[in-house]
Design a protein around this ligand. Sequence first.
Ligand SMILES: [Zn+2]
Length: 209
Amino acid sequence: MTETDVLETLARVGALVTGDHIVYTSGRHGSSYVNKDALYPHTAATSEVCAQIAHHFAGAGVDVVAGPTVGGVIIAQWAAYHLGLAQGREVLAVYAEEEQTETGKTRTFRRGYDALVAGQRILVVEDILTTGGSARTVVQAVERFGGTVVGVGALCNRGGITADLLGAPELYSLASVPLESWSAEECPLCASGVPVNTRLGKGAAFVKG
Ligand SMILES: [Zn+2]
């Protein structure tokens, strides 16, 4: 599966919109939109893209796949399933939940998953990397509980996120969709009169003024 195949799959289920005029939650404007929530109801498409992440890490001796709640739970399940098939032995899937500490938001393994992570080789997965914050806190949680992170696998890298930034030895993203954006005043799409998409993001509110 090439990056083009991944993008086509995402586009087919409505999870990727390009060449459009979108108003993001931040109020900034851009031409593309990645909506992971549109992917997950399509289980075959979700399985297909996660199989590609599994394929990439098939030789890494992964014991457990860990993702952040909520979307990362689904990715972890499918990636672990396909890694298990590829490696010929069971690969577990767990997830890391948010935890508020004095120093800010972090993630932790509850429900007995901490014991599954300790001493194991862990692949961290995430759907969309925008700031990389969620994936980074999962990497940190794995290390805190005594696991070894072998890498991070993501569906889509939107922010030019690197392995270094995540504190992981490797980052593998199926697709890159740069999050180029402009303020409404500087938006070239507004300037050339391209209509705003009112079905996605904050387009409807923007048009209403
Ligand atoms: Zn605009």
